[in-house]
Ligand binder design. Structure first.
Ligand code: R5P
Length: 290
């Protein structure tokens, strides 16, 4: 029991200062529980935007270019990213727990690029808790006759886990091998992800009508970078996505396959958080590459 001697009477009631009732800066997330919001705030920060660094490619592709040695290529970039998206295998074997970066844990696993993509199952619920994940990511293959139902079940099962433990879920829209998708497709896929409980949705950027994808998805959208393209084009892609209302990027190859990944990730951050135009960001990339 607390010592009652010299007990200080309560007197600082701040009578004329109403308790602040703050909203939550992320779209569609105001009604979530404290733990969910706290984890989302770690990923999206004060400005509600995020540069997520994706390096989960090995779970379906093996050691593709740039992620052969994640200790050498990705770990030095962590200080520039707002969040790391990776598998539990890479997290435990390579990522220093002291890095103190929010983790979006790849939470489904299954087939490789050699067979039917996206024939995945969800990893054990407790894993995300054990590794202190700030979010869990699962793939959905909308429109894939073989895998659509299974991957949607993966998503809503993961949302059940997330709700139980207060961990947000990112629904990752898969494009499969054809890679030809338009705004109509992504409106459908991203909306399905959100309606089934995803708190964040990862989409691809499309040239025509991406703003309609963002507008009709009730939770934040981050874009994947996709295949490696020239740095100036990748910065332009990020800029246009942000202008259309995206909350950030979950970018992999266009960072770690860049001629200068450290310069590239800082230039992307300039677009996401600093509002840099593609020209200014590319200039930054070139300056940092000198
Ligand atoms: C796709 O499922 C993977 O989760 C990648 O993390 C994602 O595609 C982002 O990487 P990239 O920018 O290389 O497309």
């Amino acid at each position: 029991m607390a010592d009652m001697d010299n007990f200080k009477e309560a007197e600082s009631f701040g009578i004329n200062t109403p308790q602040e009732t703050t909203g939550f800066p992320l779209k569609g997330c105001n009604n979530l529980d404290w733990g969910m919001k706290n984890r989302l705030a770690r990923i999206f920060g004060d400005d509600g935007k995020s540069l997520m660094l994706a390096c989960d490619h090995g779970f379906i592709m093996g050691p593709t270019g740039g992620v052969e040695r994640i200790d050498l290529s990705i770990v030095p970039l962590l200080k520039y990213a707002d969040c790391l998206m990776c598998t539990r295998g890479i997290l435990r074997s390579v990522i220093p727990p002291t890095a103190n970066i929010p983790v979006c844990l790849r939470s489904d696993a299954g087939t490789s690029i050699l067979t039917n993509l996206n024939d995945n199952v969800v990893i054990a619920a407790e894993e995300a808790v054990r590794v202190n994940a700030s979010a869990m990511a699962v793939m959905i293959a909308v429109g894939d006759e073989l895998m659509e139902a299974k991957t949607m079940a993966n998503l809503y099962h993961t949302v059940d886990i997330g709700q139980k433990y207060g961990i947000p879920v990112m629904g990752v829209t898969a494009v499969g091998k054809q890679m030809a998708r338009d705004a109509k497709y992504f409106r459908l896929a991203t909306r399905m992800a959100a309606e089934n409980g995803a708190n964040i949705v990862k989409s691809y950027y499309v040239e025509e009508g991406f703003e309609t994808v963002v507008a009709s998805c009730p939770v934040p959208i981050v874009i994947a970078g996709g295949k490696k393209i020239p740095e100036r084009d990748a910065l332009d892609l990020a800029y246009r996505a942000m202008q259309a209302g995206a909350a950030g990027v979950d970018m992999g190859r266009n960072v770690f396959q860049s001629t200068n990944p450290a310069a590239m990730i800082q230039a992307v951050a300039g677009v996401i958080h600093g509002g840099l135009t593609p020209d200014a960001a590319y200039e930054m990339f070139q300056d940092l590459s000198k």
